[in-house]
Design a protein around this ligand. Structure first.
Ligand SMILES: Cc1cc2nc3c(=O)[nH]c(=O)nc-3n(C[C@H](O)[C@H](O)[C@H](O)COP(=O)(O)OP(=O)(O)OC[C@H]3O[C@@H](n4cnc5c(N)ncnc54)[C@H](O)[C@@H]3O)c2cc1C
Length: 477
């Protein structure tokens, strides 16, 4: 007997609210098998010898999957957890439970697309239908005023046309219940892996300096509630978003957005409600503006395919890049001798997060001051960021490296000036570089300017307790 069953394969859409894939399955009236598949390829080492998915993002992912399972259980279903290649495991599952179709969200970059293609081929061979759905952007792909191959290469042009000619679609509500085959059919829904199964330490201390970044839809929704409504921070977002210290200067929605625990439309409609009920100003608009940037990088990645990962970028511009492992390692570890850079890199290594201001500075320093292969920097971020998003990461890196969509030539950051503008008293650097913390005020940004007796008095020995700068800092004065 054939059952009327469909598999909903959750990927970077780990939520039930505003999830088109789940909604379409519910609307089909079929029995639903919700599935998440831990793909071992996500936890392999990259060419640089670093883990593709580092500790903080792996932890966040595991939490998000557990949270989704809890929510699905409340809706009368469960989350079946598989381990292996989705293009193989999902077919086995479909055959075992005689599911006739597999629904999933469409991705845009090649690793994910290759999996989709193999899945579709394997499913076709077994007579199983597949259907993919576009989601994850604020503006739906089909609502844009141009086909993706005609996407403007300049962000402002894209934004203005999208804002003028497209509308953000309504959200899909969370389902009230899910028709699941039941435990008499599915005896075991599988165990969610532990971090140590991927060689990651369970006991890594979570820094108290970072927001309790719990993965999952419910923690993500709590963050919206707290940032918008309880702490009322949205109205000042434009003024605070370049901050460095603490958890409240920007929304911190990125990690939940990256795994799809919350949808950009949910944020958009919450902003609209805030504008009606509290205040509408530049700041409320600016959060939406940033979400449009996120859309843009996704669409650019769809348009240009694998070019976004190539050294010559989408500009096809071949510059000469250095591949000096020792210098790169100093950047990774936050030991460049440039305090503002080192503080940001250490924050990343300790928490999985770095502010947007920090990301721009460390990226500019790597590519412009050290001249090191920008793809190395992007790969390092891929491993370390809790909010790693393939399109936003590689898109932003291309931008900084001058091979992306930046209409301005030479976007160079004067690191000392950036420090002066955004960390005038040196408090941020002091927080992450304890070995320099005795230096008062802005001087902490340039320890090399202090006299030898002064440094001695503060127990600092350049070249020993803190490295000499890798570049001539005088050029920034
Ligand atoms: C070199 C570099 C690498 C980056 N890598 C990533 C990445 O892997 N994942 C990621 O989500 N963001 C990335 N960004 C963009 C940005 O730094 C982060 O989205 C932001 O710092 C996250 O903090 P937030 O959620 O508090 O941001 P907010 O300032 O509160 O912004 C709200 C949301 O808008 C989106 N957004 C904001 N700025 C950008 C931007 N420049 N590009 C794309 N989307 C943006 C994010 O989804 C963010 O959560 C990168 C930026 C640079 C310069």
């Amino acid at each position: 007997m054939k059952f009327n069953r469909v598999i909903v394969w959750f990927r970077n859409d780990l939520r039930v609210k505003d999830n088109v894939t789940l909604t379409k399955a519910v609307q089909s009236g079929k029995e639903i098998l919700p599935v998440y598949c831990f793909d071992p390829r996500m936890f392999e080492k990259t060419e640089l010898g670093i883990l593709k998915t580092g500790y903080y993002r792996a932890k966040f992912l595991i939490e998000a999957v557990a949270d989704l399972r809890d929510t699905l259980r409340e809706l009368g279903a469960d989350l079946i957890v598989l381990k292996g290649k989705p293009e193989e495991e999902l077919i086995k599952l479909a055959e075992k439970y005689e599911a006739q179709a597999i629904y999933f969200s469409e991705e845009v970059t090649s690793e994910e697309r290759n999996v989709d293609n193999s899945l579709e081929t394997n499913a076709y061979a077994k007579g199983i239908a597949t259907e993919s759905f576009w989601q994850s952007t604020l503006y739906h792909l089909d609502d844009l005023p141009f086909p993706v191959n005609q996407l403007p290469e300049v962000f402002t042009q894209f934004r203005k046309s999208a804002e003028k000619m497209s509308e953000v679609r309504a959200e899909y509500p969370s389902p009230i219940s899910i028709n699941y085959p039941g435990t008499e059919v599915i005896f075991s829904s599988g165990e969610i892996p532990k971090l140590n199964q991927y060689g990651l330490e369970e006991s890594m201390p979570a820094s108290s300096l970072v927001l309790g970044f719990d993965g999952g839809e419910r923690p993500g929704m709590r963050r919206i509630q707290s940032y918008f409504w309880e702490k009322d921070l949205l109205k000042d977002y434009k003024q605070t978003r370049n901050g460095l210290i603490g958890t409240e200067f920007s929304s911190r929605f990125s990690a939940w957005l990256a795994l799809g625990c919350i949808s950009p439309r949910t944020i958009y409609y919450e902003v609209k409600r805030y504008e009606k009920e509290r205040k509408k100003n530049d700041s409320t608009y600016w959060l939406i503006f940033e979400l449009i940037w996120r859309d843009y990088f996704r669409l650019i990645s769809k348009k240009h395919g694998d070019q976004i990962f190539q050294l010559s970028g989408i500009k096809n511009q071949m510059d000469s890049w250095r591949r000096d492992s020792a210098d790169f390692q100093r950047w990774c570890e936050g030991k460049t001798g440039v305090p503002f850079i080192d503080a940001n890199m250490r924050e990343l290594n300790r928490t999985g997060f770095m502010s947007n201001r920090g990301r721009q500075n460390v990226a500019s320093f790597l590519v412009n001051d050290l001249g090191i292969d920008w793809t190395w920097g992007a790969s390092y971020f891929e491993s370390k960021l809790i909010d790693y998003d393939v399109c936003s990461n590689w898109g932003n890196w291309m931008y900084v490296a001058g091979v992306g969509n930046d209409p301005r030539e030479n976007r160079y950051f004067n690191i000392l000036r950036q420090g002066k503008n955004y960390d005038k008293n040196g408090d941020y650097v002091r927080m992450w570089l304890p070995e320099l913390s005795a230096i008062k005020g802005f001087d902490i940004h340039q320890p090399h300017e202090l006299s030898t007796p002064k440094l001695k008095e503060l127990n600092i020995e350049l070249g020993k307790t803190y490295p000499h700068a890798m570049v001539e800092m005088e050029k920034w004065v």
